[in-house]
Design a protein around this ligand. Structure first.
Ligand code: ATP
Ligand code: MG
Length: 603
């Protein structure tokens, strides 16, 4: 394999390269599900993926909750652990049989409220068992589930309930009191609020119902009504990294993708203990934190506590996690602490690690090898795609910095927009263009809620335009360049922020980097970097000069940052993505735009 060429003239080959390929043999300790990528890709058909699933009895269609729960509850896995919850000081295990009974109660209770199919049921809670039961039960009742991130403030919550025309909100008493109660008069369509008490205690708040009482009154037998695969199932708001969040709508057919990608991209095997660290308030936490593992008959671990490296390592060790799906922001925080925190731990059960949400810097992939004996496997997708589209598979050599190759059934291409509004494919290797996907995979969004025009704008002919820029190398690996909105144009060069950030991350003092284009009368834009340092390093003039020099050496002077500012932290969305548009707006003194998903940040 040839090392990929530089992405822009003047850059020293920044990403990947011969010496840095991680051979697959080190990554796979079990017979991988996708052993022969080329043959599987060639021979694939969606009918084959569909055949991995059951369908509702008597040909009554396809329902996500049936595939995730009832199907296994009726089979040999009925009494195995489906969901293992580790709360703060408490634990609870649910077998598939338990999950069936409990989600049936939810479905029965929702039906007794007189909800029509398609009614929107919003769920907002931390990672507690009731949330998972509510999601599965609502899907059984053919309601549309919309998870809301529990750390949102009152305004973003009310806005989403309003746009999403929520009829039911399932939340905790504490969250309701703090964030919803005062805004309730604004939400006339919200007919029912169901409150979960602290530790399962009963609640008695005016204008609401008590979860515990509703569950006690509901039956454990429920027959999922006929469900068309095209019936709406999930509504997910995007992260709002680039602007106002969009409500992407998904249908029950999406479970075909969840099951298939769980099997191929995450390499789930029946005896796995799978841990997805994403919050169910975001699409990853639903597609892979609930549906994909359960549909594959794999034990799904749910950990209530927020990120803390030591306690995460405790979970990996104690629970014998075998497949772990996490995000670059968490990996970078672990890197900040170094490998010492892992010394003496028995992580022998762990055999596959994957990452999503943001570009994964090559340094982070390789740190996986150093710290865990295997690389983090990057994969790429979006709220809109509903499931993983491009991935590094267990049986594949990893080129650190690459997102991997498209899933079987997924056609990905690099396109350039023409003057006349059409597109043409860029076939030469390592040329930048917009990453596009041929429409037609099962978990593709069916629309943006109430935003037909915004949805239409995503398509050119049969291509779904992702809004991300990427390149493809001669081996068919895709390389992320940056979001179209974030790309920097400097003296005729197109510079992807990811390339510059990754080079900065190679410096031992750097914990995080975010790069923007700053308007400049000579160059059009210059590259400006914001850097957070690891503990023990001082943000001073000497460090600034050192990092500028390091970047120039790595990237060449055309691409390296001209300016570096230090920050204690970089602004991130609550789903953990660096908000470059906000760094830029603040730098230029412009309005901050929609920051409803911003996590509080220290400047
Ligand atoms: P919004 O669309 O509201 O601006 P968002 O795009 O961040 O927010 P998500 O759907 O949560 O919302 O994120 C998808 C985006 O995240 C992708 O389009 C891409 O820019 C980025 N992303 C996700 N995974 C990866 C990855 N493995 N490598 C590079 N970028 C990634
Ligand atoms: Mg997006």
């Amino acid at each position: 394999m040839k090392p990929p060429a530089a992405s822009s003239p003047g850059a020293a080959a920044p990403l990947g390269g011969h010496a840095r390929i991680v051979k697959a043999a080190a990554a796979a300790r079990m017979r991988p599900n996708l052993a022969d990528y080329a043959a599987t890709y060639r021979d694939f058909g969606w009918d084959k993926a569909r055949a991995l699933l059951d369908g509702l009895p008597n040909g009554a269609g396809l329902n996500i909750a049936h595939e995730a729960v009832d199907r296994h509850a009726a089979g040999p896995r009925a009494d195995r652990t489906a969901l293992r919850w580790i709360g703060r000081g408490r634990e609870r295990d649910f077998t598939w049989r338990d999950l069936r009974a409990e989600s049936n109660r939810v479905a029965d209770a929702l039906q007794s409220l007189g909800l029509r199919p398609g009614a929107r049921v919003f769920v907002m809670a931390g990672r507690i068992p009731e949330l998972y039961l509510a999601v599965l039960g609502a899907l059984k009742a053919r309601c549309v589930v919309c998870p809301l991130f529990s750390a949102f403030g009152p305004e973003p919550i009310a806005m989403r309930l309003e746009i999403g025309e929520a009829e039911v909100l399932v939340t905790t008493e504490a969250l309701y009191r703090r964030k919803v109660e005062a805004l309730r008069p604004r939400l006339p369509q919200l007919r029912h609020v169901v409150l979960i008490g602290e530790g399962g205690a009963a609640t008695a708040v005016p204008g609401t119902r008590d979860w515990t009482a509703m569950m006690a009154a509901a039956g454990t037998d429920f027959v999922i009504p006929p469900t068309d695969p095209e019936d709406l199932a999930l509504l997910h708001f995007t992260s709002g990294t680039t602007g106002r969040p969009k409500g992407a709508v998904h249908v029950h057919e999406a479970v075909v993708m969840h099951a298939m990608t769980g099997r191929y991209a995450l390499d789930l095997h029946p005896d796995d203990v799978f841990w997805c660290t994403a919050d169910p308030g975001w699409v990853t936490g639903t597609s892979y934190g609930i549906i994909a593992p359960l549909a594959n008959g794999v034990t799904n671990l749910v950990v209530e506590a927020e990120f803390d490296a030591q306690s995460w390592y405790d979970v990996l060790e104690r629970e014998r996690v075998s497949v772990w799906y996490t995000a670059p922001t968490a990996i970078r925080m672990m890197m900040k602490l170094g490998t010492a925190a892992l010394a003496g731990r028995d992580l022998s059960a762990l055999r596959f690690m994957a990452s999503v949400g943001e570009p994964l810097n090559p340094e982070a992939v390789l740190w996986g090898v150093e710290a865990f004996g295997m690389p983090f496997h990057d994969n790429w997708w979006q709220t809109e795609t509903g499931g993983i589209m491009i991935a590094n598979y267990a049986a594949m050599d990893v080129k650190p910095g690459s997102m991997g190759r498209p899933l079987p059934g997924v056609t990905a291409a690099i396109l350039k927009r023409d003057e006349d509004g059409g597109v043409s494919e860029v076939t030469a290797p390592m040329q930048e263009g917009e990453l596009a996907l041929k429409a037609g995979w099962p978990s593709m969004m069916r629309g943006y809620l109430n935003e037909e025009a915004r949805y239409r704008k995503c398509f050119v002919g049969n291509w779904y335009m992702t809004g991300d820029l990427a390149m493809r190398d001669e081996d068919g690996y895709f390389w992320f360049v940056g979001r179209a909105d974030d790309v920097i144009k400097s003296s005729g060069h197109l510079i992807g922020p990811f390339e510059v950030e990754s080079a900065l991350m190679e410096h031992p003092a750097v914990a995080e980097a975010g790069v923007i284009g700053k308007p400049d009368p000579m160059a059009g834009e210059i590259v400006k970097a914001f850097v957070a340092l690891k503990p023990g390093h001082e943000a001073n003039e000497a460090m600034r000069r050192e990092l500028l020099g390091h970047a120039r050496k790595r990237l060449g002077s055309a691409v390296a940052p001209k300016e570096i500012d230090f920050r204690a932290n970089l602004p991130k969305t609550r789903s953990g993505k660096i908000m470059r548009r906000l760094l830029k707006a603040r730098e230029l003194g412009l309005p901050e735009g929609d920051i409803s998903t911003l996590e509080s940040d220290e400047r």
